[in-house]
Design a protein around this ligand. Structure first.
Ligand code: HEC
Ligand code: HEC
Ligand code: HEC
Ligand code: HEC
Ligand code: HEC
Length: 186
């Protein structure tokens, strides 16, 4: 503190005859401001205000492939292979639908540590598929608590396009005596 006091007194004294007084004092303290700026600027540069998003919980499709060859193959043959181009790990490859997989993979494949689909309620499925898709299945099917997976299957579809669990006519006939118009969503 004493250096600052001395600097203040020297500055005040040197500029005693200077006018306007406020401007002179500002000039006197300019070197101190410059030095402080020089000291702090590298620190600020090392700590950018917005940290990059944490993607360390995601391992990527190649790691999953190592233990799940069949799931990988059906994924690669489906329209969902397009998600590999996504810039965000949260919407890329397997983890776009199964969530971050690092814990699961590191635990040798602990099935409790990955988003599974068996025994999962319709609203959870809608939320997961809804990360990328419109969740609107149309009012009748929503009210009847159908889910996307009533009709679609990412890994076990036949025909492959558009990932239906059964050929469309057969699928609808499972619940409808007469097959309504084929637009199943609206
Ligand atoms: C579009 C969403 C989606 C993507 C992408 C996806 N899965 Fe799945 N996964 C599912 C769903 C839904 C099920 C339940 C079975 C079904 O409907 O096909 C499932 C089931 C599984 C199963 C259980 C076994 C089975 O076939 O039912 C494994 C293992 C699995 N996925 C691994 C993977 C791996 C590995 C990848 C990436 C190569 C991947 N999944 C990509 C949605 C997805
Ligand atoms: C070290 C090997 C290993 C790796 C890596 C791995 N898994 Fe698994 N995974 C397993 C094992 C073992 C199981 C439990 C047995 C089973 O269901 O196949 C399992 C189970 C699962 C299940 C539950 C299957 C069900 O019954 O519903 C899903 C989904 C799954 N893995 C997806 C993934 C995804 C996605 C990745 C990449 C992020 C991944 N796994 C990476 C070994 C692995
Ligand atoms: C990470 C983003 C993402 C998630 C999550 C996702 N999808 Fe997709 N889905 C896509 C993309 C991208 C396409 C390809 C769109 C295109 O080709 O225009 C696609 C295409 C589809 C298609 C059309 C397939 C075809 O052959 O034309 C169906 C059906 C589908 N998804 C169902 C689902 C279901 C069901 C879920 C939830 C289990 C799901 N998706 C989750 C990104 C996603
Ligand atoms: C009652 C069965 C049924 C349900 C439930 C259903 N779909 Fe579909 N979906 C279909 C059929 C049938 C087609 C093909 C429609 C066509 O070709 O006109 C289709 C087509 C699609 C397509 C490709 C065409 C497009 O619209 O881009 C996507 C993506 C899709 N569904 C996603 C979903 C998602 C996500 C859900 C859950 C929110 C869902 N579907 C629920 C039957 C269903
Ligand atoms: C899991 C059973 C189930 C399947 C599979 C299913 N639906 Fe439905 N659907 C329902 C229920 C329940 C309702 C509401 C009650 C009703 O109107 O029959 C409904 C209502 C509808 C309606 C409005 C009511 C009407 O009759 O006009 C349309 C349109 C429709 N479904 C089309 C389809 C089409 C297209 C498919 C095949 C791609 C399909 N559904 C597959 C259960 C199903």
């Amino acid at each position: 503190m004493s250096q600052f006091r001395a600097a203040f007194l020297v500055a005040a004294n040197d500029f005693a005859g200077c006018t306007p007084l406020v401007l002179c004092w500002m000039l006197a303290f300019l070197p101190i401001v410059v030095v402080l700026a020089l000291i702090t600027s590298p620190l600020l540069a090392q700590n950018p205000p917005v940290p990059p998003p944490d993607e360390s919980n995601y391992v990527g499709v190649d790691v999953c492939q190592g233990c799940h060859e069949d799931s990988y193959n059906s994924f690669m043959k489906s329209a969902h292979a397009a998600t590999l181009k996504s810039k965000s790990a949260a919407t890329r490859g397997c983890e776009g639908c199964h969530g971050p997989g690092a814990e699961h993979a590191n635990a040798g494949g602990d099935p409790e540590r990955i988003e599974r689909y068996s025994g999962v309620k319709a609203d959870v499925i809608l939320a997961r598929c809804g990360r990328c898709h419109d969740r609107d299945m149309g009012k009748p099917h929503t009210d009847a608590h159908l889910s996307c997976l009533t009709c679609h299957s990412p890994h076990h579809s036949r025909p492959r396009t558009p990932l239906l669990v059964k050929p469309a006519q057969e699928l609808c006939r499972g619940c409808h005596a007469t097959v309504p118009s084929l637009g199943a969503h609206r």
